[in-house]
Write a protein that binds this ligand. Sequence first.
Ligand code: PLP
Length: 373
Amino acid sequence: MKNIQVLKPKFRVDECLSEIKECLDLGWTGMGYKTIEFENQWKTYTGLNNAHFLNSASAGLHLAVKILKEKHGWQDGDEIITTPLTFISTNHSIVYENLKPCFADIDDSLNLNPQSVIKKINKKTKAIIFVGIGGNTKNLTEIISIASENNLAIILDAAHMSGSHINSRHVGFDVDVSVFSFQAVKNLPTADSGMICFNSENDDIKARELSWLGINKDTFSRSAMSTYKWDYNVNQVGYKYHGNSIMAALGIVGLKYLEEDNQYRRDLANRYKKNLKGKVDFIEHDSDQTSRHIFQVVVDYREELIDYLSTHNIFPGVHYRQNTDYGLFNTKSKLPKSKYFSSRILSLPLHLELSFEDIDKVSKTLLQGINSQ
Ligand SMILES: Cc1ncc(COP(=O)(O)O)c(C=O)c1O
């Protein structure tokens, strides 16, 4: 833990505006131009072979399941093992494609528990979706091995994992596809957008077609304009899922500072840990190379505590309620860890505008709230 506080990173408003101004000056705000620039920069930063910029990670997760289903000939009703403790987009992607989510339990990291995943594998299982909650990489390597040993596809919902590394390598390797979110409150925010990174180039080409209504033509690029032809074919139903240059402009600036911003998030998280250690449980990450998108404590009487904090102008979040409780699934599976954490986890404020003093104030108020119960 550093004693001296690092300089607070800013939101780089002027840089974002000047990147957006370039789009407006050129009259190019749509797909192509900055979207291609951002895709290339993302590939360089992560080392991943393919990257396609989309208007959200939700769109990306849908494309991931759809493309793998078609490629491998999965049948309606086949199963994908998934986590109950996630944002609903993760599991919607399975349902969109008439597949069945098979919920496995999590462990104390809030990520899928490898032993529970193994128990859920059956004849109908085709894939595993792994979510790195808060950017945490815990269990990911083990789950990748389980998928490979059982001939299952693996989809990484990396919505929280921009900048998460395992042994200095960015996440997204050794999986069939990874999907990142750059939604407004993520650690690389662009208002709304996402990146889908397939391992296979053919899958990437397919994603590009499907994300632009099934149109089978290269995405626009300035260099391609001279040879550009306006004829194309549409062989399948696609979606309006691609991203645009305004969102990509924000992404380009955000990516430039991602490492610095993630380090600041880890510094803030370490400050929480120092303040709360031995007084309240919190979710540990398995290394100091994760994005630290979220800092979660585990508390009893969570709803009362949320009320208490909000009366002190502190507004925490919940990531997430177990999806098995939603009317859509209403599953009675026995998932004790998921059930336990679903009613107890609380995400404390963690963003770039906070100082260590702010973290101290939140910690103190949290402990007062707990003690007053
Ligand atoms: C785990 C997880 N998966 C997927 C998504 C969907 O991301 P997006 O809002 O970019 O569609 C989110 C967003 O909150 C998320 O937290």
